[in-house]
Design a binder for this molecule. Structure first.
Ligand SMILES: NC(=O)c1ccc[n+]([C@@H]2O[C@H](COP(=O)([O-])OP(=O)(O)OC[C@H]3O[C@@H](n4cnc5c(N)ncnc54)[C@H](O)[C@@H]3O)[C@@H](O)[C@H]2O)c1
Length: 307
């Protein structure tokens, strides 16, 4: 049974991550409303779907007020860097983050969670990037170098701004999901960048730009359920990395990373064994979340199912 009562409004519920989140919230017994301008490919029984352009502030407030959610999880965005003109990505993602958070507050929601991205950290910059330490944690200062990263940095600041404006009566948080693998992608469906998980593992240059990060969409769903359950107990306006407990690489990152990025050899020296380049210790410590899926188990399960 759900531990929080009331309706959860999810924006972007028709997307790669949103599909799993909507299905997982509904399976956990929640009353779920998905707001997206795209229709769901595979609607979930009992979930209501609403077509709203979240860039339209008035329409967003009207829809949210009519829905009266107790919690809002905002996933809607242009999710891929450079997939639209830079100005469009910045205006879309920053605009949606503000419109959704403002509408959630206007509608009386008591919990608001906004999707950010690890790419705000600045890895992959053509001008070079060497972080102060690896694995990255939430205390490392973001240095976004493209409009997508900047737009997500703004989204986090939107959550922090509303927390500053409203105090603890309303709880805000943001999270940085790593490269999301949806359940069907373990069985060979293309991932966000168009290749399969197996191809991403076989050719390290594919996962290298995101420092081999990944997370199963169902683990993100579990994170969100736990966060919603515990938000009233933790600091307001917090942000969290949400990734797998290991790296999406067949060899230790302190071997693979220096081969592709010699300038990172020193900071990556401690990433032995299966260690990822992104720490999830804050989510473990603050809300007690632990990812359950790894590429090692999920690919094996998928191949047994297919045989
Ligand atoms: N997929 C990843 O690997 C990944 C990694 C880090 C962060 N994120 C973030 O997680 C969130 C979800 O990512 P995703 O991969 O599911 O993205 P997606 O592109 O699959 O889904 C985004 C959804 O948002 C909707 N949307 C976009 N603009 C809208 C608007 N103006 N009004 C209403 N709906 C709108 C789209 O129709 C789509 O269904 C995004 O905020 C993304 O930036 C994703």
């Amino acid at each position: 049974m759900p531990t929080s009562t009331g309706r959860i409004l999810v924006t972007g519920g028709s997307g790669r991550l949103g599909r799993s989140v909507v299905a997982g919230f509904a399976a956990a017994g929640h009353d779920v409303l998905s707001v997206d301008r795209a229709a769901p490919a595979d609607p979930v029984d009992g979930v209501e779907y609403l077509d709203v352009d979240l860039l339209d502030a008035d329409a967003t407030v009207a829809a949210f007020t009519a829905a009266a959610p107790s919690a809002v999880v905002s996933l809607a965005a242009i999710a891929v860097p450079f997939s639209a003109p830079e100005a469009v990505i910045l205006q879309t993602n920053a605009g949606i983050a503000h419109n959704v958070t403002a509408a959630a507050v206007a509608a009386g929601a008591s919990k608001v969670v906004v999707a950010s991205s690890p790419s705000i950290m600045g890895y992959g910059s053509p001008a070079g990037w060497v972080p102060p330490r690896l694995p990255l944690d939430e205390d490392v200062v973001p240095r976004p170098w493209h409009a997508y990263g900047l737009s997500k940095h703004v989204a986090e600041q939107v959550a922090a701004m509303f927390a500053a404006a409203h105090g603890d009566a309303i709880r805000f948080a943001s999270f940085r999901p790593c490269y999301v693998i949806a359940p069907e992608e373990w069985r060979g469906a293309p991932t966000q960048q168009g290749h399969t998980v197996a191809q991403r593992l076989d050719d390290p240059s594919l996962a290298a730009p995101a420092l081999f990060n990944y997370v199963d969409a169902r683990d993100v769903t579990d994170f969100l359920l736990l966060l919603l359950e515990k938000m009233h107990l933790i600091e307001n306006g917090e942000t969290f990395f949400v990734g797998a407990a290991d790296a999406l690489a067949r060899r230790p990152l302190n071997e693979v990373v220096p081969e592709l990025f010699p300038e990172l050899a020193e900071v990556a020296a401690g990433l032995g064994g299966t260690s990822p380049a992104f720490s999830i210790d804050k989510a473990r410590r603050v809300i007690g979340w632990e990812p359950k899926r790894s590429w090692r188990t999920e690919l094996a399960i998928a191949s047994v199912r297919d045989s």
